[in-house]
Design a protein around this ligand. Structure first.
Ligand code: MG
Length: 449
């Protein structure tokens, strides 16, 4: 039932009141007792699910502290601060408006491990939950200052005075959700002039689809250009991700903003480590090499990156979709922290965002899908491993084949009967050629299964 990042489904269809209540009872049974922090984004059903989560948890004897509306990284930051043993975030992140979901977070503020998810799922399926005696039902309290505490923490990690002196003009698109409660205020406190778009909380997402990808944030790009702003910031529904628009109105790729932050963070200390999924490309490798840092590859998924950061104490994590993890603050994706780091870089470097990006190397990519029967997906993975055994490769998640001029990554889709091939090269022709090579490898593997 848990996907790459929590349990998600269409409200009242897949994600029913029964499911959320019993999942919460399973979570309460799993953690057994103690305080559990909860929060929600602006999605429809958020209030309904928050009440079900509260009832489910306290029925097992756990107590609940409700943070109300808050970004996911705010709840994650507050969990250890408030002495919580766990957290539940009611959100479906960047999914379309009809979705909502449940993210279970551990006592360190990181989403629970795959093993814990499995145990919770077993408890859920067993339908046997801890039931507290009448006088042992948990307490419910409310905590209203989480965003204040969270923003103070973010400011402690950047050069506030330098940013204030630069007097930037920033447009923030909060996706009609909880990012609007944190980032516009953060930018104002950093001395920026702020214009907010889609700042009213509305789970029908009237302003735009909550995924901050170029086609969804055209209004932001136009507004940045039309108002002569220095940059634009767009969040997803729960504001753990941030996408940036430069002063010319161009939307940055996620790996570009990640690379800018990586250049700065990794340069602070020689011999740093950068944690990133195998889906990240050469730009990140270039930046790491230049800073004398090593890369620690993980499987694809923000939870894998967070857990690895926690285990190793590495200096930075990031994903090519623009998720940046700065463990000095917290080892999870954090949209507002990422935004603060980008404005700090602009202030310290004395350059525009487009100038900073133009200094980064450029790569080209190609994405293709290959149909594979659902039941052949697993045998195909084994065949691909066998066929590629003499190639220069990384096999942490799927098969990544590395050439001097580029690479390609082949992975099965988690939900659809397809394999995806993602290729990157120094030119578009190289990316296309590598992508063809990847497809041919899949086709050869298909003949073996
Ligand atoms: Mg998110």
């Amino acid at each position: 039932m848990f996907g790459t990042n929590g349990v998600r489904g269409i409200i009242n269809k897949d994600l029913t009141v029964e499911l959320v209540l019993n999942l919460s009872r399973a979570v309460g049974t799993y953690f057994n007792s103690g305080l559990i922090g909860i929060a929600r984004d602006s999605r429809k059903g958020g209030e309904m699910f928050t009440q079900l989560v509260t009832s489910g948890l306290i029925s097992t004897g756990c107590s609940v502290v409700n943070l109300g509306y808050a970004p996911t990284p705010t709840l994650q930051f507050m969990i250890p601060k408030l002495g919580c043993i766990a957290g539940i975030m009611v959100t479906a992140s960047h999914n379309p408006p009809q979705f909502n979901g449940i993210k279970v977070i551990g006592s360190n503020g990181i989403e629970t491990s795959r093993e814990s998810e499995k145990e919770i799922e077993i408890l859920y399926n067993s339908n046997k939950f801890k039931v507290a005696d009448w006088n042992k039902i948990g307490q419910v309290t409310h905590y209203d200052s989480s965003i204040d505490v969270y923003l103070e923490a973010i400011k402690s990690h950047v050069d506030v005075e330098k940013i204030q002196n630069r007097k930037l003009k920033v447009i923030v698109d909060g996706a009609n959700s909880v990012g609007s409660l944190a980032t516009p205020r953060l930018m104002r406190e950093l001395g920026c002039t702020v214009v907010s778009l889609n700042a009213q909380l509305d789970g029908s997402f009237p302003g735009r689809n909550p995924e901050p990808i170029p086609e969804n944030i055209k209004d932001l790009a136009l507004t940045v250009k039309a108002t002569g702003a220095d940059l634009g910031i767009a969040h997803d529904g729960d504001a753990d991700r941030a996408t940036f628009v430069d002063e010319t109105g161009r939307v940055l790729w996620g790996d570009q903003s990640f690379a800018l932050i990586a250049s700065r963070v990794l340069a602070k200390k020689h011999g740093s480590t950068l944690v990133t999924p195998v889906s990240s490309g050469r730009l990140i490798e270039d930046v790491a090499r230049k800073a004398g840092a090593t890369i620690d590859w993980t499987a694809v998924g923000s939870v894998d990156v967070s857990h690895r950061l926690e285990e190793t104490g590495a200096e930075l994590g990031g994903e090519e979709n623009g998720g940046v993890f700065y463990p000095d603050h917290q080892p999870v994706r954090d949209g507002a922290m990422t935004a603060a780091q980008i404005v700090e870089i602009i202030a310290l470097e004395g350059k525009t965002l487009s100038e900073l990006v133009s200094e980064l190397p450029t790569y080209f990519n190609t994405k293709v899908k290959v149909q594979v029967l659902q039941e052949k997906k697993e045998p195909l993975a084994a065949a691909l491993l066998e066929l590629s055994k003499d190639m220069n490769r990384i096999i942490i998640d799927g098969v990544k084949i590395i050439h001097d001029d580029g690479w390609f990554l082949i992975r099965p889709s988690g939900t659809e009967p397809i394999y995806r091939c993602f290729a990157e090269g120094k030119t578009q022709e190289t990316a296309d050629r590598l992508s063809d090579e990847g497809v041919k490898l899949i086709e050869r593997a298909k003949t073996l299964v």
